[in-house]
Design a binder for this molecule. Structure first.
Ligand SMILES: Cc1cc2nc3c(=O)[nH]c(=O)nc-3n(C[C@H](O)[C@H](O)[C@H](O)COP(=O)(O)O)c2cc1C
Ligand SMILES: O=C(O)C(=O)c1ccccc1
Length: 375
């Protein structure tokens, strides 16, 4: 019935080493916990007597239209959870009309994922696929991968910029989980020029804004940066031509002790000043979490671990159920907030008791409900 149920159920199905890989984070996992705790601390302040019998969850983000504001953040290695791996995830996402961000570290290739999504979209409309990229120092390889994602029909690129080195996942180190089990591999890293050798994904401290400028020059797809946390970097991202931000701390898996993402949202929104959309991930577990993030100015939210848990629990059906239960919870929360759709969610609906003054109003945000008042 809940995301929490999926987590509990997944624990009984997964190899404990893989369950730790999914649930774990960097260092003391302070940020892992902070993400969920921050949502719990926020309070919703609903409006009354202005709802509608018909509510919509449709959003358009960076040119991609989705039937739900909940998207699937990129997560590696879906075949650890289900033998169909990302194919199962893609079918479930397409059925829900949700944007799926394909991880560069997926165990199925983007071409095959796109094919699965096409076959499963409701009313013939395929749900958008985005592609997540770790920029590789080998630019020729990176460019070839961008081309593959583009040719497969991906409608945006998500560049993960929070990983100049890999986060220290102490659970994985203790468990000796350092590589994929035999038979599984990162489908995008198989190098046809080198007799099928599988490259490892470089997480490189030499990646800089110059690489982003290079990427901007080789693709016309929208580029979102994933993992920008400092407001100054948010401003720089816009200046370098980013089309959006995925405000993320990698689910607490990179630098430990960074703030919860929802805590940073007002500041990041103010820094980009409405110029690009901001998607948020980290700790989203309830429909009320989705509503809080949207009210604070996110254009959509991403979920990471919940997808892996649902996949482990019930494969494609599990992920379908996960997306459906979040849709139901969001709808319930919208109705109880007096909102007809995500456009009605405004910062005044959120109270942050422990964080001092209420968040700054969004630039240009209109807190009055469209449609006027009955006098
Ligand atoms: C098992 C796992 C694998 C992940 N793999 C990737 C990845 O390949 N690329 C990436 O940018 N982020 C990756 N992430 C981070 C997610 O995209 C996302 O930021 C994070 O999981 C959101 O937090 P949540 O799990 O609390 O929803 C991964 C996260 C998990 C849990
Ligand atoms: O574990 C992660 O968070 C992650 O981003 C990742 C990236 C590449 C391979 C495996 C995991």
């Amino acid at each position: 019935m809940t995301v929490q149920d999926f987590e509990t159920a997944a624990r009984t199905r997964l190899d404990p080493v893989h369950a730790d890989f999914i649930a774990g984070g960097a260092g003391d996992e302070i940020t892992v916990r902070a993400n969920e705790e921050a949502f719990r601390r926020l309070r919703l302040l609903p409006r009354v007597l202005r709802g509608s019998a018909v509510r919509t969850q449709e959003v358009t983000v960076a040119g991609s239209r989705a039937r739900t504001p909940v998207l699937l953040s990129p997560t590696a290695f879906h075949k650890l959870c289900d033998e169909e791996g990302e194919l199962a995830t893609a079918r479930a996402a397409a059925a829900a009309g949700a944007i799926m961000i394909v991880s560069m570290a997926s165990t199925v290739a983007v071409e095959d994922i796109a094919e699965a999504a096409r076959g499963a979209g409701a009313d013939g409309a395929p749900a958008p696929l985005w592609f997540q990229l770790y920029l590789q120092p080998d630019l020729e390889f990176t460019e070839a991968l961008v081309r593959r994602a583009t040719d497969a029909g991906c409608t945006a690129l998500v560049v993960t910029v929070d990983s100049p080195v890999r986060g220290a996942h102490e659970r994985d180190l203790r468990n000796g989980f350092l590589d994929l089990p035999d038979g599984l591999r990162c489908a995008h890293m198989v190098d046809p020029h080198e007799g099928g050798r599988v490259r490892s994904i470089a997480m490189s401290p030499e990646i800089s804004w110059a690489h982003l400028d290079w990427l901007r020059g080789i693709t016309s797809l929208p580029i979102l940066l994933k993992g920008v946390l400092h407001p100054e970097d948010a401003r720089l991202a816009v200046r370098h031509g980013a089309d959006g931000l995925l405000l993320s701390n990698h689910g607490g898996r990179q630098l430990d002790t960074v703030p919860a993402t929802v805590e940073l949202l007002p500041e990041i929104r103010a820094a980009v000043a409405g110029r690009v959309p901001v998607v948020l991930d980290g700790g989203v577990r309830r429909g009320t979490d989705v509503v809080k993030a949207l009210a604070l100015g996110a254009s959509a939210v991403g979920i990471g671990r919940p997808v892996m848990w649902a996949l482990a629990e019930g494969g494609e059906k599990g992920v379908r159920r996960l997306l459906e239960l979040l849709r139901e919870e969001v709808d319930q929360a919208l109705a109880l907030c007096g909102a007809c759709g995500v456009q009605d969610l405004t910062p005044d609906l959120v109270r942050a008791p422990a964080w001092g003054p209420p968040p700054l109003p969004l630039p240009g945000a209109d807190t009055a409900r469209p449609g006027g008042v009955v006098s």
